[in-house]
Design a protein. Sequence first.
Length: 179
Amino acid sequence: MILGVTELFDLVREKHLVENLSERELENPEGAGFDFRIGTLYRLTGQGFLGVTERETPDIEKVASFDPEATATVVLEPHAYYVMKTAERVNVPDDLVALITPRSTLYRSGVMVFAGDVKPGYRGELNLGIMNLRDEPFVLEMGARVCHVMFHKVEGGTAPYRGQWQDGRTTTDTKETQV
């Protein structure tokens, strides 16, 4: 069952389900969830590794951060992959899971957002991949709405998130053992 905005607003007030929602989402949400904004954009440098028990992600270089007091744009270069962190922060209760979909303006423009689920018990900003699949640059304003997040009720119990990405961590510092 997907939760509607009336129940979501109750959870925002009572359990801080989502922090730092934009004024638009607080006053005029659309759909059965909330649109989240790009807060920080990173460029990946170097190599990554995923093994059976260990992993290491590429180093990152901050490209830009959203500042509500100043308009800033970034150019997503053709065929370039980035990681973006949302301006919003979630506190997902143990009986909910969130699913993320891209805003259609992005895929209509040839820009793909790579996302998955947000596990019960996760708290923090969301890190998503974003790639310009076209041969032309794409201009993106920091703070723009980039994805829609829907919250689903989980029945039958969950195993709350206990991973190392808790609190919005974007990359590993070194090779690490996976939890």
